[in-house]
Structures are given as C-alpha cells and as structure tokens.
Design a protein around this ligand. Structure first.
Ligand code: SF4
Length: 363
C-alpha cells in the first residue's frame, strides 16, 4: 500500500507540467503495485478540477456515412474486412447533417462530431466538408469536429479556413501493435495526419481503443505520444465487439483497470479533454460514475454503430455525483419529454447495434 505522499506527488508532478516516469505510470496501471484505486482517482481528480472544475462536456456523434470503407481496421464494423450487420448508407444530405447539428445543439451537446467512414477524403470532398462546417458554425454556437480519415496539410488548411475547431483522428494503438489491427494504412500515416492538422492550427482530437492485444507499456507510450503531439482531446475507447468483425470477442478488461487508464491519461495530459468514450457502459459497468473523476467529457446517445447509455440516466449520474453538465441550456430541457423517449438507449451493458432511426433521426 502506498503512502498518502505518493498520490500527492502524482498530482503535484502533473500540475507542475512534469512528465511522469514510466515507472510511476506502471505503478498507476498495475493494481498489484500497491496503488489503490480511490486515492489514485482522487489524485487525477485534483488535476481535472484545476483545468475543468466539475464540468462535464457532452459530445454527440453523427455517423454521416456508414460502412463501405475499403480499409481493414480489425475493430471496426465499417471495415472491408467486417461482416457485421450494420445499417450501411452513403453520405447523408447536407440538410440531414445540418438538421442533426441542430439536434445536437438542442440536446445540450458542447461539441458535434461528424464522422465519415473511409480511408480519407478527396479534394472535392474536403471542399464539401468545409461548406458544411461554415453552415453549421453560422447557424449554431456549437464546437465542430470532423473525423474523415487520412488528410494532408493542404486539406487541413481548407478546413481550418472554414472554421473547423477540431480534427479527430485516433491513433488507436501503439506503433508496435498497429500491424496487428490494420494492414491497409500505418501508424505513421495516422501520425502524419495529426501533424498536418497541428501545423495549420487545428486542435487535435486523438484517442485509443483499449482491449486490442496491447500491453500495459503500449498504453503508457501512447499517453506520452499524445502529450508530445499536443493533443487537446483524448477519447479513451474500450473495445466493443461486433459479431462479424475480426475482433469479435469481448476483451478481458475489468472496471478497475479501465479507471486506472483514465487516471493515467489525465495525469500525463493534465489539461487535455479526457473523454470516457465507446465501451464505457460495457466495460465500466457499475463503476461508470467513477470515470467522471479523471474524465471531463463523455458521449451521449451512443457511438458510431453502438447504442449508448440512456441519456436521462447519464445526466442524472453526472448530477448525482456533484458534477455539472457544461451547457447554456437548462439541464431539464435536455431530458426527453414524456411520450418522446425514443432515444438510442441501453441499460443492460451489452453491445446493441444502432438501427436506422438511431443513426438517421432527422431523415
Ligand atoms: S478507416 Fe475508419 S471507417 Fe475505415 S475501417 Fe478504419 S476505422 Fe473503420
């Protein structure tokens, strides 16, 4: 068992901008090291509180184009290598995408994330995305993020001019493990895209998926890579298995380990948004609320192709724990009204695939 000073030292080093040693990181992730969960979460919480207070940002994702991707990412139900039974469709109309931005804003989302499956956009598609960003930014006071695959600096510049706030491009796993999860593009391709966006001044969002055969060392290396790259937003996903995917088995993750990872990422990246992302319900189970101590944001209304926790329950969970939703709206207005409860919800912590009504609520 560690002395109280150990946890204070973690907080202090993080707040002073010091990079935690690999040895300390290992002690954080390894429960047999004597590092206890509650004081560890408190150490991470002190850092979270300094930068974000008790606010929780709600993010809402729009799967703007689903499936038909030529890439072979083993974890992805939209991949060429997957036979998962998802609802596939080509690009939504501009009207539908903009209507969904309105829905995100009305739902209290702080950020609207548009995701386009595929290896990367053509120059023509980049111009189209830029138009969408301009429209949405002109209509709603909401932060806009795009995830559209591999991109070069010229593409990033076009999106920056249009007012894009953030570009998402997850690294997902370590350089060593990368060939085990994807063969059609490389770890370096992904890093190059992030660097292109960074060079033109777009904020970076990049995260991981835990449970894809990575080692503890890989998770530590990735936490430090995000810091080096200056990533502002780090979604921590836990693998959601889809029948038909190459990675179709539920990984053996326990809630305590999942929480330790969040604490590590907060302490190594003190002022970054740490988002407890896909797989939150499945892998944290009854410990879900504890994620709010290191993490300052989460998704509502599910993920790309998986349903997520009931929005009402999520907002209640946030408030019950003494956290507050970051929104300019009355939180009561974010809850579904009686008779209008057709939100994508799960309460059984299993992976439930979204149907067309979940994916295209404004069709
Ligand atoms: S590039 Fe993106 S959409 Fe395509 S398979 Fe990989 S993760 Fe899925």
């Amino acid at each position: 068992m560690m002395e109280k000073e150990f946890y204070c030292e973690l907080t202090l080093q993080s707040m002073q901008g010091k990079l935690l040693s690999d040895e300390l990181c290992m002690q954080i992730l390894n429960s047999s090291s004597g590092t206890e969960l509650l004081p560890l979460l408190d150490a991470a919480y002190q850092v979270r509180k300094k930068y974000f207070g008790n606010e929780v940002q709600l993010h809402m994702i729009n799967n703007a184009q689903n499936g038909y991707c030529p890439e072979d990412c083993n974890y992805c139900s939209q991949a060429n290598s997957s036979n998962a039974d998802i609802e596939k469709y080509t690009l939504k109309s501009d009207k539908e995408i903009i209507d969904e931005a309105e829905r995100a804003y009305e739902s209290g989302a702080f950020r609207y994330c548009m995701v386009f499956a595929g290896r990367g956009p053509s120059k023509k598609r980049v111009e189209h995305l830029a138009q969408l960003v301009r429209h949405i930014k002109a209509l709603f006071p909401i932060q806009v993020c795009i995830s559209a695959g591999l991109m070069d600096k010229e593409d990033a510049q076009v999106l920056k001019h249009a007012g894009l706030d953030r570009l998402n491009h997850n690294i997902n796993t370590s350089e060593t493990n990368y060939p085990n999860i994807c063969t059609t593009h490389t770890y370096a391709d992904r890093i190059n895209t992030l660097q292109a966006a960074e060079q033109v001044g777009i904020e970076l969002c990049s995260g991981i998926i835990v449970g894809m055969g990575e080692k503890t060392e890989d998770l530590i290396e990735l936490a430090k890579t995000f810091r080096e790259l200056g990533v502002s937003s780090i979604p921590i996903n836990y693998l959601i298995p889809f029948e038909g995917n190459v990675l179709s088995q539920t990984p053996e993750l326990n809630p305590e380990y999942c929480l330790r990872i969040l604490a590590l990422y907060r302490l190594v990246n003190p002022d970054a948004d740490i988002r407890v992302a896909a797989g939150r319900e499945l892998h944290l189970r009854s410990m879900e609320v504890m994620a709010l101590y290191p993490a300052n944001s989460l998704f509502i209304d599910g993920y790309l192709n998986s349903k997520g926790g009931n929005r009402e329950r999520v907002i209640r969970m946030i408030e019950d724990a003494g956290f507050v939703v970051k929104t300019d709206k009355d939180v009561k207005d974010l809850l579904p009204s009686e008779g209008n409860r057709q939100l994508p919800v799960i309460d059984n912590h299993e992976n439930v695939i979204k149907d067309i009504n979940d994916l295209r609520p404004r069709l």
